[in-house]
Design a binder for this molecule. Structure first.
Ligand code: DGY
Length: 312
């Protein structure tokens, strides 16, 4: 039998056909008994492909004695137990760069939709309210200050787009980046106080868990809008709901949530919130590039070549 690749994810538009030439691909994403399949093939598994929300835990890693590589179809890798992988010299790859512009575009779409009441106004037309009066007024982007949390690959693309909208860009992160002339804040609350809009683009994981808490939201203030294209874990979700209900911030545009795909009922019922089903990178073009990168990383590993985009 060919070596086994445990496929937690269908690899998007591209699928897993290219991998089937070399591996026996166990399609857990179609399986009626994924646990049973893992047990059945555990000694032959050499590779895993997965994506966000598919938790590759220490327990899974330890159950697969011959695992060599985990390739995730995402830039984020907070769903993979990196420590457990490192202890066994298991390689981990992700899909950075190819999705940065796309995810930044989704951030801008959310910012525009939330600030300019696009979804609310679309409904205004559809339900016939326009016939009876003026729609709600939005708020401008031009000449406003946007605070980016995490000026990495995606954050830098968001910054560039915000500049094109004549916005002032500032940022917060673990360290100042000398390559950029944007104003840096070492304190997220201080930045929130100086911002009209705040866009989260940082990685998930322990270092950023609940980074945006009630203090940050209160600092952003009653005219402030929060956009999250990072991870749900970065925001204290109950605090966000409370802040929106109490008018402590003006609105939120959210692509990510604490417990996806479950979205709190309170958020669903709010007019000043725009909700997306974690589609940051979701276009045919970008998902094709991500799928190819997953395949190329796995093949490179087994051909003894350098990984294209290693995490570890
Ligand atoms: C990723 O790939 O990690 C992001 O969630 C894109 O949306």
């Amino acid at each position: 039998m060919k070596p086994v690749l445990l496929s937690f994810h269908g690899n998007g538009v591209l699928g897993v056909e290219q991998l089937e030439e070399r591996f026996h691909v166990v399609k857990l994403f179609q399986s009626k008994d994924p646990e049973g399949d893992i047990q059945k093939y555990k000694d032959d598994v050499v590779a895993i492909n997965c994506t966000v929300g598919q938790f590759i835990t220490r327990k899974i890693i330890e159950a697969l004695p011959n695992l060599e590589i985990i390739a995730t179809f995402s830039v984020g890798f907070d769903h993979i137990d990196l420590e457990a992988a490192k202890e066994r010299d298991i390689r981990v790859t992700n899909t950075p760069d190819v999705l940065s512009a796309e995810t930044a575009d989704t951030g801008m779409a959310l910012l525009l939709a939330t600030a300019k009441c696009i979804v609310e106004d679309d409904m205004y037309v559809r339900v016939g309210k326009w016939l009876n009066g003026d729609p709600p007024l939005g708020t401008s982007l031009t000449h406003k200050t946007v605070g980016i949390v995490g000026l990495g690959g995606i954050g830098a693309k968001v910054a560039k787009r915000c500049e094109a909208f004549e916005m002032s860009v500032v940022y917060y992160g673990p360290r100042e980046k000398k390559d950029y002339s944007y104003k840096y804040y070492a304190d997220i609350c201080e930045m929130a106080r100086d911002c009209d809009y705040m866009i989260l683009t940082c990685p998930g994981g322990d270092a950023t868990a609940n980074l945006v808490d009630i203090n940050v939201l209160e600092a952003l203030g009653p005219k402030g809008i929060l956009i999250n294209i990072a991870r749900g874990s970065v925001v204290d979700e109950p605090a966000l709901i409370g802040a929106l209900q109490a008018g402590k911030i003006a609105g939120a545009g959210l692509d990510v949530f604490a417990n996806e795909p479950h979205v709190p009922e309170e958020l669903i019922s709010m007019d000043n919130v725009v909700l997306l089903p974690h589609i940051g990178s979701a276009t045919k073009e970008t998902r094709t590039k991500m799928g190819q990168l997953v395949i190329d990383n796995i093949l490179a590993h087994f051909e003894g070549k350098a990984l294209l985009t290693p995490v570890v």
